[in-house]
Design a protein around this ligand. Sequence first.
Ligand SMILES: Cc1cc2nc3c(=O)[nH]c(=O)nc-3n(C[C@H](O)[C@H](O)[C@H](O)COP(=O)(O)O)c2cc1C
Length: 183
Amino acid sequence: MWKDLWDTAISELTRAKVDRRHPFRYFSLGTLGHNFPELRTVVLRDFDKQRMMLYLYTDSRTPKVKQIADDPNISCLFYHLKKQLQVRIRCKAQLIDEQSELYQNHLQKIKSSKSIQDYTTSEAPGARLDEHDVIYDLDYVHFTLIECCIVDFDILQLSRDGHKRCMVERLEDGVWRGIDLIP
Ligand SMILES: Cc1cc2nc3c(=O)[nH]c(=O)nc-3n(C[C@H](O)[C@H](O)[C@H](O)COP(=O)(O)O)c2cc1C
């Protein structure tokens, strides 16, 4: 039974990376902050089904970057309203090296889109806005690519015919073990 639920979750994540209106396109990202867990909405930029990795973009000056550098354990929460499907994913996050080909490929993607602006405010995101408008400096792109290696899934499917829930965890590369849970 867990295998069907897992397949459903993976197929929704795969759709979300190409469909901008898919409900899994946006998810809540949880990091370990100082005293409090920190949550925010982010965009799912890519999902690598073979390696079971999620990718997201952020401004390198945002607090989440330091939080991840200090502690790579993160949580991702996806919810599909119409399908009543909740997917909780725990990952080990990693900030991708700016010299890597992977980083450069993603950077090129944003450089050729309007979203480049999101990484070019002259002051850091979250800094106090004084009596001036937001200033952009396109010469400095503060772009960070975050790779999230999936550790496990907790999948819950609500249904009138009976709710279903499972946990699926990574054992080693390519090997996953699932168990059904009481919802
Ligand atoms: C719909 C939506 C999508 C967002 N997507 C991203 C994103 O992909 N990356 C990102 O860093 N922030 C994104 N944000 C902003 C974050 O939610 C957050 O406000 C910002 O990154 C600062 O987070 P931090 O201070 O916890 O690091 C998005 C916000 C909304 C409302």
